[in-house]
Structures are given as C-alpha cells and as structure tokens.
Write a new protein. Sequence first.
Length: 153
Amino acid sequence: SGDDMFLIQKMAVTYPGKIRFLKSTDAICYTQLETTWTGFVKQRIRWASKSKAYKELGIQKILVLVFVLNVSILFNFAMIPFFESFTLFILLMQLLCKWSVDYLFLYRMARYFNKTHFTKWFLVLAPIHVLHIVASGFYGLFSVKTQWKGRKV
C-alpha cells in the first residue's frame, strides 16, 4: 500500500496490459518490520487510509468486500444471543469460507517464501485478524490521524 501502490497504478495506466508479476525468489525485496504492536497498528491504519485514493475500481471492490465481510462476521457474532442457531450457522459458514481462503493464500505465500512454520499460528490468529481488519478499515476510512516517522499523517 502507499507509494508503491500509487506507482504501480500509474504504470498500469501508462502501460496498459504490460505489467507482470515476477515470481522469482531472486527478486524478493525485504523491508524492516514494525517492532511493536502500536507501530503495527499505526502502520495498518495508515495503509487503510490510503485506500480511498486508489483509482482502480477492482482493488476498491476487493477492499470493500473484505471489509464488509469482516464487519458482517462481527455483527453475526453479536446477534447470536438473539437469533441463536440461524445466526450461528451463518457465522460458521462465513468463517469457514473466510478462513479457508485466508489459509490457502497464507500457505501458498509461506511455502513460496520458505516460511511454512508460520502457518501453525493460523487458528490462533485468525479470529484476531477479523478484529484487525475491521478496526484498521474503520480508522482508515474515517481518516484518524496517526504518527509515522515522527509526523502526523
């Protein structure tokens, strides 16, 4: 997200149909990770806030779909006491679909980067991921200011 996404979108407009994915471990670029939970959360909020500026409709549709799915998961979880078995069934189906897709994607990426040991944490972190997506998306949508490299953004 951010400058790299804006650059690739500009290139896609300038050179339509010419952008390809280079699937080579020799082309992997590493970046420094956020070292604290606070830094991680601020980074995700910053990334989410930039999503409003994405010009490509396909990317926007995917972002909206992911956000709405995660909001509906939390909503259905909250509705279980009122609608019991029906809401529980819908929630379980949503989680099955989401977690299946998420795991397949994570596993393929972990295998590509030779980091499959990370997949053992999937079931522990998957529920937290729902909260993370909703919170980051919410704060990003409503332009909550955050700190980055000593500046308010």
